[in-house]
Design a binder for this molecule. Sequence first.
Ligand SMILES: Cc1cc2nc3c(=O)[nH]c(=O)nc-3n(C[C@H](O)[C@H](O)[C@H](O)COP(=O)(O)O)c2cc1C
Length: 181
Amino acid sequence: MMNPYIQEIETEFKLALQERDHPLKFCVLATEGLNNAPQSRLIVLREMTSDFKFTFFTDERSGKVAQIKNNPKVCLLFYHPIKKIQLKVEGIAAIVEDKGILEKKWSSLSTVSQKNYTTDQAPGSKLVENKDIEYLKNKNYFCILEVQAQVVEYLKLREVNHFKVQFHKDINGWVSEFLVP
Ligand SMILES: Cc1cc2nc3c(=O)[nH]c(=O)nc-3n(C[C@H](O)[C@H](O)[C@H](O)COP(=O)(O)O)c2cc1C
């Protein structure tokens, strides 16, 4: 029988991918900065498989991409404020290199979304004036990030007795352990 917490997580993520403002559509992606200090930022969840592989879109020139190339160990943090569920995912990030997949996803984006990946300067570059931003017509820096979960921690806040369970994968699938919340 499938673990009920895994099932709940999967169901919520499926909803998140369908509903525009679902809280699990957003998470904090934490990486190790190039100066070894932690770095984090909000990011939109684009896809998730039943094996907890998460997909995100970004600009290949962004800091997070360089940080992941340096150290692929990342942490994702999601929060569902109505259900009071926090999900912490420890995983390994990879940058999708397959040109066919990149092209297919790029073509599926709206023109407005595509524009986000075409600034002439890299994200985070200093601007003299805000009007300096220019968008390239014939080049893009669209990048797909995938994070394969290794450990998923589920914390549910309750009126009485908070509850925490952690999952990791072994040869038989995802195994759960209850933790002190
Ligand atoms: C609600 C929200 C959603 C965001 N979604 C994304 C996203 O899907 N991809 C992305 O690269 N940046 C996204 N950002 C911007 C990032 O938080 C961040 O500022 C940017 O990616 C640069 O991060 P970096 O320099 O640490 O790589 C989002 C910001 C907010 C506030």
